[in-house]
Design a protein around this ligand. Structure first.
Ligand code: CTP
Length: 404
């Protein structure tokens, strides 16, 4: 989800850097827009370095704005792509402009052009805050649905004491997350997710693998992070980007995946085993390429390590473990068997032969099976939605105090 962080010209502008970090940490993509006055307080470079993207600073027609890649219509493109706009700190001046629909720079123009929710976190001198003009402007903004994160009372940079100090960055981040509907029901949990295929080398250039894209596991990692968990993602080879705020360990073979899982198992309170771990590996690895002229070799295979089986034996009582079953036939029966054998909280059964389900698809069709025999078939939905439904069950189980 994309959020624009508008920074206006006040002493508290430096605190926007910390807010940026907090928002990024919740998996949000942040585009910083600074007013000209904000640039007097903090250098745009600070935000460029933290956000890893350019910062919009220029005004239309202003020298240098073209050089910054800001065209006269960029505000429309940005306005349409964002999910929320937060202005922190918001000066009395910018609040007045917003209240009156004035659009004389990029940020205020963006506010007029977007349909996304707007959040403002005012910061100013106590007299400016209490001034009837400011309060009337705020009332007008509230009336139009703008969320106001009230400033705190305290010592102000101007030397006075009273209301006007920027709310804590945590409170502002919370308001943004609430506006976006981001829950934090996994706060305090450490979620260990496995994802993707593994590759089992046969010779210097060949390996055995499977069609797993890793999308389901990455969606789980992203969703868990957005819901406030610390997430460790152990991933086989994929082409996917690691979701923001997720700690990733890249591995290749089942052996490496098993080692990474076992080194992080102690930290995890929730384990989600979405990886399609190879069940077999070539019995012998040849360090040189097998040559055609010697004729087709017969392949001897041996079992890989059963990572989930190891977890079943090692797991501690508070750890909640969810398994996945990729099946092509007798889906429910096979999954139910794995659920029982591995003593899981529940298992996600996946018929990978169905259209709109399985490996490379962006959607999935799964059934959740529980140890008490309950079955929850989910309709076709995006993998991120499936991930959230899985996490809803995890949260429910946590509340009821058990793995099941
Ligand atoms: N799994 C694992 N280690 C393996 C194989 C599978 O941890 N070596 C995990 C998968 O991540 C998944 C679950 O076990 O959560 C079931 O995987 P699946 O491949 O569907 O089942 P298998 O146990 O391999 O059984 P079968 O080959 O009979 O389908």
């Amino acid at each position: 989800m994309k959020v624009v962080l508008g920074v206006t010209g006040g002493i508290a502008a430096y605190k926007a850097a910390e807010l940026l970090r907090l928002l990024q940490d919740r998996g949000l993509e942040i585009q910083v827009v600074m007013t000209r006055h904000a640039c007097e307080f903090v250098r745009p470079l600070t935000f460029v370095a933290l956000s890893g993207r350019k910062v919009i600073t220029g005004m239309f027609g202003e020298a240098g704005s073209e050089a910054n890649g800001e065209s006269a219509i960029e505000h429309i493109a940005v306005a349409q792509s964002l999910n929320a706009l937060v202005i922190a700190p918001a000066t009395a001046n910018v609040l007045a402009k917003l209240a009156h629909g004035i659009a004389d720079d990029f940020l205020t123009t963006l506010c007029l052009a977007t349909k996304a929710p707007v959040i403002v976190a005012p910061a100013m001198n106590v007299n400016m805050w209490q001034n009837a003009a400011t309060q009337e402007n705020l009332a007008a903004l509230r009336g139009r649905g703008v969320k106001v994160v009230e400033p705190e009372e305290g010592y102000l940079a101007c030397g006075m004491t009273g209301a006007g100090r920027l709310a804590s960055v945590e409170a502002i981040a919370r308001a943004v997350c609430e506006t976006l509907g981001l829950r934090d029901d996994l706060k305090g949990e450490t979620v260990l997710v496995t994802a993707g295929p593994t590759e089992e080398p046969l010779d210097a250039v060949r390996y055995l693998s499977n069609r797993s894209s890793g999308k389901m596991g990455y969606a789980l990692a992203e969703a868990a992070r957005r819901r406030g968990a610390r997430v460790v993602l152990v991933s086989g080879p994929t082409h996917l980007d690691v979701p923001a705020g997720v700690e990733a360990k890249r591995v290749r073979t089942a052996q490496e995946m098993g080692a990474a899982v076992s080194s992080h198992l102690g930290e995890a309170s929730i384990v989600l085993m979405a990886a399609a771990v190879a069940d077999f590996q070539p019995a012998q690895f040849r360090s040189q390429k097998i040559k055609k002229r010697k004729g087709a070799p017969s392949l001897k295979l041996k079992a890989t390590r059963d990572i989930l089986g190891e977890i079943t034996r090692q797991r501690r009582a508070h750890q909640l473990v969810v398994g996945f079953a990729a099946e092509t036939e007798n889906v429910i029966e096979n999954a139910a068997q794995k659920l029982k054998a591995k003593r899981l909280a529940f298992i996600v059964a996946n018929d990978v032969t169905q259209e709109g389900a399985g490996f490379e698809a962006d959607t999935n069709i799964v059934t959740l099976l529980f140890p008490d025999g309950r079955q929850k078939p989910l309709e076709k939905m995006t993998k991120l939605e499936v991930a959230n439904r899985i996490l809803d069950e995890v949260v429910e189980l946590r509340k009821s105090g058990g793995q099941g």
